[in-house]
Design a protein around this ligand. Sequence first.
Ligand SMILES: Cc1ncc(COP(=O)(O)O)c(C=O)c1O
Length: 423
Amino acid sequence: MSQDKLDFLDRSRAFWNPGKTQDWQDMGIDLVIDRREGYYLYDMDGQRLIDLHLNGGTYNLGHRNAELVETLKAASARFDMGNHHFPALARTALAEALAACAPTPGMVYTAYGSGGGEAIDIAIKTARHAMQKRKIVSIVKAYHGHTGLALKTGDDRFSKLFLSEDTVGEFIQVPFNDLNAMEDALKGRDVAAVIMETIPATYGFPMPQEGYLPSVKSLCEKYQALYIADEVQTGLMRCGEIWACTKYGIEPDIMVTGKGIGGGLYPIACTLFTERCGGWLKEDGFGHISTGGGAELGCIVAMKTLEIVQRPEVRTLVRFISDYMREGLEKIMQQYPDFFIGIRQHGVVMGLEFNHQQGAKPVMKHLYHNGVWAIFSTLDASVLQFKPGLLMTQADCEEVLRRVEIGIGLARDEVMGSYRRSA
Ligand SMILES: Cc1ncc(COP(=O)(O)O)c(C=O)c1O
């Protein structure tokens, strides 16, 4: 590691975040991202990495996508964030564009946050207002963000730290793919909404069982609860449709999109909801105020992002990339059947399963040292999140697979070696 990087890491520990800076060093990842271009990241010491983390889809269209950069530059010649209190051309135009591709007929309204967590908070507030009930049901190991209400729907590793865990029984969690538990949680008819990541990302992309999500939606209808779809990671064509919930036949009452909608250039997140849920907008339009939420420059970038991801050629590319990666990964899996044991996949939402509780961590490390950046799943470290970009070329995919084959082999030797040593 260069002296410059060592010095920088010291400053990062001193002034930014000692815990986070050190954790990465402890995991053997000394990444400090400098230049970025397309699907490539360049570490400050010059190493090139292919980005398969994409920050959960933030960089679906690549880093500094040329069309998006041009859009942002052109827009900044006339607009800025705007005044969040007033009607604004870009905010309304993006809301119209979202209504036109919304997963549910009559999903007319969009409220804006500056990040996914805030948009989830808006979704929960909206549901509570519409149903005049307080309880929210989420999935064990769900991740919906770290803001006030979103935090309460997730793992208590994060809420307890800040004394923010639910102490009054308003946030109920049930296991994924367990309809009995879901029905038990709903049958008191006192739940405002169920919030579901269509495929839980931070939990390592376990796939919903056949019929599970539609049955959850039916239970919501039966017990007068709303269905909130969190499409922050699964939306924007990653599953081969603009919204993954549509692939599962779900018409949510409320839907949240974030991350990739800002094209990796301007943070923005959106909460879409139906007329039925939008009562608060009429009762008190100032009910949710956010200076940065729905910033006009972000709205303009988001409109371009929406347009790009809906191009027919992007849909075709996503299908190609997901089939190509699948085929290549299956071959790699056959080489290391005692370690690399499964592929979870819907389109370019992918999780690689290893037969060791922490198996994805050595894989992440060896991939990193072999030019690929992909991250383990925070709430299930046996699974590596493997997230190819929507616009990757065949050459990119080939290079990824070549490097992944080497990285997984080395990780397997490390893990199996430590088994043997401890036996
Ligand atoms: C599914 C899901 N929902 C919500 C969020 C929160 O988004 P943000 O980090 O922009 O607040 C995340 C972030 O990782 C996410 O993965």
